[in-house]
Design a binder for this molecule. Structure first.
Ligand SMILES: [Zn+2]
Length: 503
């Protein structure tokens, strides 16, 4: 027996409400299921990112065959080719007119031997040890020099600022003792006047202009960000060495540094019995070329694909000195490995990015931000269509994240915060973009300068010692777990930004 429904019956009104309720619930459930399956799709890829694989990338990039990836060397170009081969394997497209490479001039010097540095104080003779006491100059000229010493502080001659470190000393034919930086360090407008004098290259040229024969730089690290000047032989020394030389001269380095900070130009000539001998063996390659590696995933949305999100980091390292390789694992094989992990995930992701994603593995960072400057002068996507550039540098040692720029570009950053809060649960701190009045020191600042929103991502709360620009910067100082989480954060965060239709 069938029943005739009369919806005007009070009895059947209840039935009508129930049916509507059921339909509504079904709609909600379907929507939730759709969202859920999106989330499932994301999570499937998310969980495919493994620390094991990222550590394999880091081990490859840090391996001896690439000799520390000094930008401009054949070994750097080999490392670049290896990265491009991974892009190709994962179906990431070449982004430069069918090529994965964007070439630019990149002069460099090869340090062929560790050379030697000897300190004389009258009859006392001290052979300095590598790497404890000294590092060869990455761009030193070849040859030997022995001479008396002159301390020249920051080595700056700035008449318009009424400042001259050379005013009371004669450095002709002598070896100068130089400090890095400028006397004014506060990050405000005043600093901008000092910025041209903050560059190592300026200081070296100024020393040569004043007739110095050589130099010991009181900052012991490998630093390719200098200039090769004919006949100018130098080495970097540890602060302990400088302290000993000062003590022998009857001076206190800490006291002198205070005067330097107060702009009192405390330069002085040391007693003649104090001398230094430097032997350097290098080869200069003025015509060398390096490249950025550029790969892209075209956006899946017909309109939004014209817009792009850039993920970048520097591929180059500090090279080698004699037979000693600087694996440059944390700085920055870690960042590149995280990018490769995220790239593979984004390329295989079943949820496709609506906007395009450009991966750029930058060259020449250690030589002076060459790769980022070249890209920003020759962008592959219009700057106004570039929604965000995320730079990764030293993202592989620690337990937490830091995102510079996160507090400025809050809408973009919310995608990374959500990813972290929902799935990763790491401590994540952020700061606003702060205008830098000093010497630009990161690739992100070059992109920021042409008007692109940037995030700089790095890891904090180091678990292992940080061997900055040191041969001990090997893969054993990497924390695999944070690398995995960095790649996962990139994957979800970038997907979030790429698919945000309300940007
Ligand atoms: Zn770096």
């Amino acid at each position: 027996m069938s029943k005739n429904y009369n919806f005007n019956d009070p009895e059947n009104l209840m039935m009508r409400v129930t049916i509507l309720y059921v339909l509504l619930m079904a709609a909600i459930t379907l929507n939730a299921l759709a969202q859920q399956s999106n989330k499932d799709l994301q999570l499937k890829t998310f969980h495919s990112i493994s620390s094991n694989q990222l550590m394999e990338y880091a081990a490859e990039l840090s391996s001896n065959k690439y000799e520390g990836r000094l930008s401009g060397t054949p070994e750097y170009l080999e490392a670049a080719k290896w990265c491009a081969s991974k892009f190709e394997e994962w179906g990431i497209q070449p982004a430069n007119n069918g090529s994965y490479f964007q070439y630019f001039p990149n002069e460099y010097s090869e340090v062929k031997a560790l050379g030697s540095v000897v300190y004389f104080n009258g009859d006392e003779k001290t052979y300095l040890d590598f790497p404890e006491d000294y590092f060869p100059g990455s761009n030193s000229a070849s040859g030997t020099v022995q001479a008396e010493l002159v301390y020249v502080g920051h080595g700056i001659t700035a008449p318009e600022l009424d400042y001259d470190d050379y005013k009371n000393v004669d450095v002709k034919g002598k070896i100068i003792i130089l400090e890095s930086g400028t006397p004014y360090t506060k990050n405000d407008e005043t600093l901008a006047k000092w910025t041209p004098y903050a560059y190592h290259r300026y200081k070296f040229r100024n020393a040569v202009k004043h007739g110095a024969a050589g130099m010991i730089y009181v900052s012991k690290l490998a630093n390719p960000n200098t200039v090769n000047l004919e006949g100018f032989i130098y080495a970097h020394v540890d602060i302990k060495v400088a302290e000993k030389i000062f003590t022998d001269a009857g001076k206190d380095l800490i006291e002198v540094r205070k005067q330097l900070k107060d702009m009192e130009t405390p330069s002085f000539e040391l007693p003649t019995e104090q001398q230094v001998f430097i032997r350097a063996e290098t080869k200069y390659f003025p015509e060398a070329q390096a490249c950025n590696v550029v790969g892209m995933i075209e956006g899946s949305d017909p309109e939004l694909k014209d817009e792009v999100i850039i993920i970048g980091g520097h591929l180059d390292g500090q090279g080698k000195m004699g037979d000693v390789i600087f694996p440059s694992a944390l700085d920055n094989a870690s960042g590149i490995s995280d990018i490769l992990g995220a790239a593979k995930a984004l390329a295989s992701s079943e949820e496709k990015p609506k906007r395009s994603v450009l991966f750029i593995l930058l060259g020449g960072e250690e030589c002076g931000l060459y790769g980022s400057k070249y890209y920003c002068e020759n962008p592959l996507f219009p700057v106004e269509k570039t929604k965000l550039m995320i730079n990764l540098d030293m993202v592989g040692n620690g337990t937490g994240f830091f995102v510079s720029g996160g507090k400025t570009h809050t809408k973009l950053f919310s995608h990374f915060e959500t990813a972290n809060n929902t799935f990763i649960h790491r401590e994540m701190q952020a700061s606003a973009v702060q205008k830098n009045y000093g010497r630009p020191r990161s690739d992100a600042s070059v992109f920021e300068d042409i008007g692109i929103n940037t995030f700089s991502l790095w890891t904090r709360n180091s678990v292992y010692p940080v061997y900055y620009h040191h041969p001990m910067d090997k893969t054993n100082v990497l924390t695999p777990e944070i690398m995995e989480d960095a790649a996962k954060l990139l994957y979800l965060g970038v997907l979030g930004v790429a698919n945000d239709t309300k940007l």
